[in-house]
Design a protein around this ligand. Sequence first.
Ligand code: UDP
Length: 322
Amino acid sequence: MRVLVTGGAGFIGSHLCEALLAAGHKVFVLDDLSTGRFENIEHLPDVTCIIDSTLSQDIVRDLVRDVDVVYHLAATVGVQLVVNHPIRTIVNNIQGTETVLQETCRYRRRLLITSTSEVYGKGAREVFHENDDRVIGATHLHRWCYAASKAIDEFLALAYWREKRHPVVIARLFNTVGPRQTGRYGMVIPTFARQALLNEPLTVYGDGKQSRCFAYVGDVVPALMTLMERTDIRGEAFNIGNNEPVTMEDLARRVIERSGSTSDIRYIPYDQAYGPGYEDMRHREPSLDKIREAIGYVPKTSLDEILDVVIADTRKRLQHDV
Ligand code: UDP
């Protein structure tokens, strides 16, 4: 098949392109290189890369017309980037997705949209189920504009399915990690790995008791491809992630230990890390019942395996920088 990946030069997008090529597809990438990097896909000479934004409706239309299916990953992501650039976050995420929905609907191309566990907000639950209520903070706290923008994307996608029978499926990703992810926009594991390898203090925000479950990109990408292949699955959202919670404090200790670092841990108040009035979630863990029942998804890679891979990748990149 001919496949378009928006955001294909990003961290998850580039892994998806690799897997699509390996499966024999012809791959097109649309990426404005705002956070994606050409280096992520330059080892894939068979990919056709168009450097532009999903806000460019004519470009999106031309590309969509020429492919069979579309994976829409392009978005402004990363807590640090979102709090620094809320306008860009809202406009890119809402208008970009609307454009992709309009054009894929026009040509009736099957579409997968990646969403995020952020849409659940700060609700306190043991695990988040797809149809749980969402608890989102006040509008003056910019962090929530990301969750709100992605939730609007979901509303819009589900409305396109309901009103126009547009074949679209939504993947809600929970803290996906792996090689090539950058810590520049706030993601914690690449940040800790880099700090540990440089023997700098690991910056744990808040009290460090908040927890997350980290999913390996090599587990997530096949799930995205299976959701796309299963044409009987439409107009629904699925959690994709892992079920191994870890507190940030414990994560920092494990990164130090596994990298053989001499770093210590430095606790940084949220205000200092992200500016005044920041709200974090204490715990975030997906229910994976729905995706397991639908496509048999079970995450295979443990946190320690993930950390070893990310530490090795970070070490390689630091040596390359030198
Ligand atoms: N975090 C941290 N130190 C860092 C970066 C992040 O302690 O240098 C924390 C952050 O406050 C959050 C967790 O790690 O509680 C996960 O952050 P990330 O930005 O990776 O993903 P999020 O789950 O917030 O989208």
